[in-house]
Design a protein around this ligand. Structure first.
Ligand code: HPA
Length: 275
């Protein structure tokens, strides 16, 4: 299994390298509803996932599945619009494929964004939250199988998977821009059903502030490969049962993300400038 994964990765990296003038400084993954937050910046190139051999193509609404690479905020940035999720039926190798490709391209920094449900009672729908850590409840680990030594060690340390200095910088940028940010632990649940109120109470007791269905596989492979990681979430809704009268819909998630898109963009631009 892993041999095939490694060959696919090498082929994808070759294909993308051939189209790059320069190694990007940052890879930024834009999740649910955020794909269009940066519009179509001037210049640069767009590579649809479908043009990269072996690359998994995202399927759900709100994920467009392409890469834009070009100049932004004085840097060379790769923007990934849309991501593969495990709940879509992708293998865990496919879910972490793009991030491993970034590591092999030599991109030093990963910025991941997502939408999440707020478990922490101090959080509100629409809050921007910097991820401090995660809890993996997916039941799988993208590093399972023979280790790819070219990427990183067999038993990688996850003590500081979310790079503390990047988070400190993001907080400074947010303060300077007058944007409120919180900090929290993100728990990845499998989905695609939203959680039950009992699950949310359990996750809260475990120490989770936010719940979502993505990001953790990407962060694990990024940390494995020694990349610096910044995670930023929009708490799009209160998690199940936090407001006993509320129900959860994907439309609400997309709507809140769109509503916060401009602020998110402003914060991310400030962060990219400082990187
Ligand atoms: N649960 C899981 N994933 C999510 C949620 C949620 O409440 N909101 C946005 N993504």
């Amino acid at each position: 299994m892993n041999d095939g994964h490694w060959m696919k990765l090498k082929k994808a990296v070759e294909t993308v390298t051939a189209r790059l003038e320069k190694t990007p400084d940052v890879a930024m993954t834009l999740g649910s509803g955020l794909s269009d937050a940066f519009g179509q910046p001037e210049g640069g190139i767009t590579i649809p996932c479908s043009e990269i051999p072996g690359f998994p193509v995202p399927t759900i609404a709100g994920h467009s599945g392409e890469f834009w690479i070009g100049p932004l905020c004085g840097k060379t940035i790769l923007i990934q619009r849309g991501r593969a999720h495990y709940y879509e039926g992708n293998t865990i190798e496919d879910v972490s494929f793009a991030t491993r490709m970034y590591a092999l391209l030599g991109i030093p920094t990963l910025v991941v964004t997502n939408a999440s449900g707020a478990i922490n009672p101090d959080f509100r729908a629409g809050d921007l939250v910097l991820l401090t850590d995660h809890i993996n409840m997916l039941g799988v680990n993208p590093l399972r199988g023979a280790n790819i030594d070219e990427l990183g060690p067999r038993f990688p340390d996850m003590s500081a998977a979310y790079t503390p200095s990047l988070r400190a910088m993001a907080k400074r940028v947010a303060a300077a821009e007058g944007i409120a940010v919180k900090e929290g632990v993100y728990l990845a649940a499998l989905g695609p059903s939203y959680e039950t109120p009992a699950e949310i109470r359990a996750f809260g007791a475990m120490g989770a502030d936010l719940v979502g269905m993505s990001t953790v596989p990407e962060v694990i492979v990024a940390a494995h490969a020694g990349m610096n990681v910044l995670g930023l979430s929009i708490a799009t809704n209160l998690a199940a049962g936090v407001d006993p009268d509320a129900s959860l819909t994907h439309e609400e998630v997309i709507e809140t993300t769109r509503r916060k898109g401009a602020e998110m963009r402003r914060l991310l631009m400030g962060i990219l400038e400082q990187l």
